[in-house]
Design a protein around this ligand. Structure first.
Ligand code: 3PG
Length: 222
């Protein structure tokens, strides 16, 4: 292992601490910036202290900034990042962790220099091997449901015992426990707490109730 990769292993504690905050990371595409704070407050009331705001809407950076300013107990991250430019923008907005749906080495390089926890995504053994070679210690498994579910995570974990997995994509309240039972899975990601209809209706009580149930999923850890 090169000196550079050894230095990168400093990421280990940071990202695992972030993933240990909650059994579920809500993955949210926010269309109206004004929804950001009430949404984050509803998640917090439900016991979920972390949120991944995807950069798939024009409101995303403003939403991250608002949550960071007005909800200091919420850990806010930026998702769907592919480029260094987006990563710098997200960091300026106050993102506390960075997520890519796939391999984005240039994003990893920026997060390392910014000392921001980073969670890249992968699906195949070859992709996970690439991430491990680059010093990554935790990765999103995407799309977890269509790509084989908990059995696929268990099989990949046998090959990459040093890696923590955050299964995301097609995960639900019903399927989350089977992932969380695996020792290699500190948390799952998903949009089921913050569905498009709940957001469109500004149904913060509904979000809070789903968050409350999701926070109980911590009991499924071994
Ligand atoms: C995403 O990036 O939107 C996540 O993969 C969420 O997937 P889900 O909507 O299936 O939970």
């Amino acid at each position: 292992m090169t000196a550079e990769l050894l230095a990168a292993s400093a990421d280990f504690t940071d990202i695992l601490t972030t993933l240990g905050l909650s059994p579920v990371i809500p993955v949210v595409t926010i269309q109206r910036e004004t929804d950001a704070v009430p949404l984050a407050e509803a998640l917090l009331r439900g016991g979920i202290p972390i949120i991944e705001v995807t950069l798939r809407s024009s409101a995303a950076l403003g939403a991250i900034e608002a949550i960071r300013k007005d909800c200091p107990s919420m850990c806010v991250g930026a998702g769907t990042l592919w480029t260094p430019e987006e990563t710098l923008q997200a960091a300026s907005a106050g993102a506390e962790f960075i997520v890519s749906p796939g391999i984005a080495d240039a994003v990893q390089d920026v997060t390392r220099s910014l000392k921001l926890p980073y969670l890249p995504g992968a699906q195949t053994a070859s992709e996970f091997a690439h991430l491990v070679r680059r010093g990554i210690k935790a990765a999103k498994f995407l799309p977890a449901g269509p790509a084989g579910g908990p059995a696929a995570v268990a099989a990949l974990s046998a090959v990459f015992p040093e890696l923590a997995f955050c299964p995301t994509g097609g995960v639900s309240a019903t399927t989350a426990p089977a992932y969380l039972k695996l020792a290699c899975v500190p948390c799952v990601g998903g949009s089921w707490l913050t569905t498009a209809p709940l957001l469109a209706e500004r149904n913060w009580k509904g979000v809070q109730e789903l968050a409350q149930r999701a926070s109980q999923l911590a009991n499924y850890k071994p």
